[in-house]
Design a protein around this ligand. Structure first.
Ligand code: PBG
Length: 323
């Protein structure tokens, strides 16, 4: 029998497979999240996220150094403030936990890109991502606080601010505030397409940001909607986002591909806490090969169209893919 096409010819050896491989992972693809808390010499593991820690600033600096040594180029910072209030004061004060961490990491590891997550939920007493009145999260009142937060992060030295609260108009409000204060070079990575997801559960343990009442469905997107993702991305594009993001990643690969095909901006995907925790849990039981599942998962995210991936696996993945 003569078969004209035999795709197996190019799968015969690792050399052949490597030559025709369409998607490759590299350390610079990954963005490493850090959770920064007060105190000193604190390295407290998050129970639902093995290998992820609440870090005091000195420890966060060490973690940033080790990330840079592994070839990672960027970290994204989340803060655990000493105290919380109704108006999220800790998010935008000059000496807020994230602002201090930005300065310390900038000093110790100047080559690392520093991204600051711009949200209020870690800083509000009720755990919602904005100002609450009569049980509702108010959009336009929240924009002012988000703009202040982004400005304070830029002033502390963040290269990129990343608004994640899903308030309408947040990118435009932040762009205005930055430009009016001399920070026209600070970039905005917008969590443009962020779904209300059960996969954020472990993050809320890590960042202590579970809402005290209700949930986030009145501002984050309904997981059933795909067309709406295009509208959200379009709005942020128009308001001046420099980088778009889709979140979570693996259960929204269709959305990632659609946003990739429709927009020419760089695209980020957030491989979120629950996606990480599920792999960790199955691996701990000996049910899957952790390294292979990790790499296959990250490859799928890149193959679907992500230019960069925020992942708690950043260090392990960088180690695995380094030449
Ligand atoms: C802040 C924020 C959240 C995540 C990133 N930024 C939590 C949320 O929206 O509830 C989730 C990240 C993760 O699950 O890893 N709003």
């Amino acid at each position: 029998m003569s078969l004209v096409h035999r795709p197996r010819r190019l799968r015969r050896s690792e050399k052949l497979r490597a030559m025709v491989r369409e998607t490759r992972l590299a350390p610079e693809d990954f963005i490493y999240p850090l959770f920064v808390c007060g105190g000193e010499k604190i390295r407290k593991e998050v129970s639902s996220m093995p290998g992820v820690f609440n870090l005091s600033i000195d420890e966060a600096v060490r973690e940033a150094e080790s990330a840079a040594e592994l070839g990672l180029k960027a970290v994204i910072l989340f803060g655990l403030p000493e105290s919380k209030d109704e108006t999220a004061t800790g998010a935008y004060i000059r000496d807020g936990i994230v602002q201090q961490a930005i300065r310390a990491i900038r000093r110790a590891v100047p080559e690392l890109l520093i991204i600051a997550d711009t949200c209020l939920c870690e800083y509000t007493s009720h755990g919602h991502c904005g100002v609450v009145r009569e049980g509702e999260v108010l959009n336009d009142e929240t924009l002012e606080l988000l703009a202040k937060t982004a400005l304070s992060q830029a002033a502390a030295g963040a290269d990129i601010v990343a608004p994640s609260s899903m308030m309408d108009g947040q990118v435009g409000a932040i762009r205005d505030e930055l430009d009016n204060n001399g920070f026209d070079q600070t970039a905005i990575m917008s969590y443009a397409v962020k779904y209300a997801s059960a996969f954020y559960g472990p993050f809320r343990d890590a960042a202590d940001s579970t809402p005290s009442f209700g949930d986030r469905r009145a501002y984050q997107m309904d997981s059933a909607n795909a067309r709406e993702a295009i509208r959200e991305a379009e709005l942020d594009y128009t308001e001046g986002a420099d980088i778009l993001m889709v979140k979570p990643a693996t259960v929204y690969l269709d959305i990632l591909k659609t946003v990739r095909d429709r927009f020419d901006l760089p695209l980020a995907a957030y491989h979120v806490s629950g996606e990480y925790a599920m792999i960790k849990a199955a691996a701990a039981k000996g049910w899957i090969d952790e390294q292979r599942v990790m790499l296959e998962t990250l490859t799928s995210i890149k193959r679907a169209g992500a230019d960069m991936i925020i992942t708690y696996y950043a260090k392990e993945a960088a180690k695995a893919v380094r030449a």
